[in-house]
Design a protein around this ligand. Sequence first.
Ligand SMILES: Cc1cc2nc3c(=O)[nH]c(=O)nc-3n(C[C@H](O)[C@H](O)[C@H](O)COP(=O)(O)O)c2cc1C
Length: 393
Amino acid sequence: MKYEKLFSKIAMRNVTFPNRVMRTSMVSGLTTQEGAVTENLIQRYQREAKGGVGAIVVEAAVIIPSKSPFNLRISSDEFVPGLAGVVQGIQDVNKEVGIGIQIMQHLKLAKSGWRQKVEDFKREDLPQIVENHVAAAKRAVDAGFHFIELHMAHAYVLSSFLSRSNTRADEYGGTLKNRMRLPMEVYQAVRGLVGENYPLGIRINGEDFCVSGNTLAQSAAIARKFAESGVDYISVSAGSRFEDALTPAPENPPDPMSGYSGHRMSPWHWWPDGTHVYLAEGIRDAVRAAGFNTPIITAGKIREPSHAERILQQEKADMIGLCRALLCDPDWPVKAKEGREKELVRCMACNWCLEADSRYEKVNCNRWPEGNLNAPDPFLPSGARTVKIKKEG
Ligand SMILES: Cc1cc2nc3c(=O)[nH]c(=O)nc-3n(C[C@H](O)[C@H](O)[C@H](O)COP(=O)(O)O)c2cc1C
């Protein structure tokens, strides 16, 4: 087979993924306003699972009751049957794929421009954050997910504790050791719940890409510590921090995607392919040097199967995270496996999907026929819409 490494299995505790393509978490806007699972949401994951991906991380599920319209929720037991329906729906079309869910506590925002910061949490509020994650993890297990990913990247609570921008004066801020305290407490408590046979991964930023944020120096140290604590994988993302967000328009909350840091998370077409591979590689090297084999996942504008295979062969990462490329063409894995690269419909990194929210739309791809909520099946370049990207360089 042409892409031997990409289509080799990988095991984490009691779960074996059939290949090394991981669909990274992607907010879809397909839930009800209250965050419940819908038929549209199930169909989105079914369409992606049908294309042969090795593991799916279901989108960031909110773990606290505070408002966050059209975001998937795992904040109370009432959401468990719907979430179980997502797992069942995926298994109906693909029995092999590993099915995980990302759990996330967000920082609150207001239209006045106010945003909650880690410094706003009182010392006595912190055990509740740990509890929120444990309760959500229990629901994820009850819903039948095979693994859980703790969201410690981007603009949310745990990443904000990890970041250099955390200036709390107590033992939860300031030094790296202190900044890691709460995320590590969350990890340990969730591990206590799920036990030693259940895969528990984390997603961290390889770099925050803002002046007051973490760089690879800190993220490598963070990764080493989690590897030592037995985390099952480390998914490396980047950016999306509030610290360099643009001043919002009046009556709008701050947008972490608006600044340079925000532009790094899902690299646009003017960034090189594999934008963040060096971050995964740096983290992997640090983790391996410390004696741990923890799988490292890289994502960020990886579009060609040959490129994905090269990254794995060169030992820069252990799994390939695909988000937009799989949204665009969910059959990317099966087409690559069967040598049908000519039939791939390529993501243009135009970020039409990322900007869906600003257009008041559900997340969709500009290459699909207009009005579609999923890629057609089959989907071939002849049936795809053209997205004009100005070539530079
Ligand atoms: C519409 C959209 C929603 C996303 N939602 C999440 C999310 O919920 N959690 C997360 O960790 N990353 C999220 N991401 C980031 C992706 O998982 C991924 O890291 C990023 O897009 C780079 O990979 P790609 O080039 O393959 O898209 C999102 C990206 C997009 C475009």
